[in-house]
Design a protein around this ligand. Structure first.
Ligand code: SF4
Ligand code: SF4
Ligand code: SF4
Length: 232
């Protein structure tokens, strides 16, 4: 026998109150999704904070959205967030490498921050801070996808031992002619996420090397490297 549908009186919900409850539930779910304070294990790859920034909870508590770090950045890399840090983080600073990059010898944002949301670091300290990690997109990088020579990202990489290194490969063009190409790779231990490789990449519409927040020093949980030992 078919199951008798529940009458309205059994559920205790009128259509209007059901819709109101559903609406408020959806709004609550949305708020929970967009608030980084309640989703501490969810990391936005685009949320790259200035070097010296505190861990996210403390950063959001201290940052007063004054914009001083944005004004002082010499490459115009720092911009206000819209959605990237959730509702709690609106207008706080993040780096956009399509516009500018973090200059290797600069510590200005930490010097001007009035609240300590960005710690004041020496140049040497700042150069040890990872704000993210670069990834080569092999479906867009010229030596991978079009067999075209390009070493721009490696040329700009500022770390003393370059975080970008090349593998030499021999390829054949459509006529069967052999050609030796250098294909870039990123060493995640050396990459500090400065983003100059992304800014300067000649693939203009959407760079073939991009930096995400993974590996950022300020967040010990937002890491991705597996231990080299299988026993941890
Ligand atoms: S350290 Fe200098 S270049 Fe880097 S984000 Fe801060 S102000 Fe910009
Ligand atoms: S200078 Fe400091 S307080 Fe002001 S917006 Fe930047 S991080 Fe926030
Ligand atoms: S972000 Fe790019 S340029 Fe900067 S250290 Fe990493 S690989 Fe080098």
């Amino acid at each position: 026998m078919a199951k008798k549908p529940r009458a309205r009186s059994e559920t205790g919900l009128s259509r209007r109150s059901f819709l109101a409850a559903a609406g408020s539930g959806a709004a609550t779910t949305l708020l929970l999704k967009v608030s980084p304070l309640v989703q501490e294990k969810t990391y936005n790859p685009a949320l790259i904070r200035p070097p010296g920034s505190l861990a996210e909870k403390d950063f959001l508590t201290k940052c007063v959205r004054c914009g001083e770090c944005m004004k002082v950045c010499p490459t115009n890399a720092i911009h206000p967030t819209t959605h990237q840090a959730g509702l709690a983080g609106i207008w706080s600073p993040l780096l956009i490498f399509a516009v500018g990059y973090c200059e290797y010898n600069c510590t200005l944002c930490g010097q001007v921050c009035p609240t300590g949301a960005i710690e004041e670091l020496s140049v040497e300290e700042k150069q040890q801070v990872h704000i993210g990690t670069a990834y080569v997109d092999r479906s867009r990088c010229l030596p991978f996808v079009f067999d075209t020579e390009c070493i721009v990202c490696e040329e700009h990489c500022p770390t003393p031992t370059k975080a970008i290194w090349f593998e030499e490969v021999t390829v054949r063009d459509r006529d069967g002619n052999e050609k030796v190409l250098k294909q870039p790779h990123v060493d995640p231990e050396l990459c500090i996420g400065c983003g100059i490789c992304e800014t300067k990449c000649p693939v203009n519409d959407s760079a073939a090397i991009i930096v995400t927040s993974g590996g950022e020093t300020r967040n010990p949980d937002n890491q991705f490297l597996l231990s080299s030992s299988p026993y941890g």
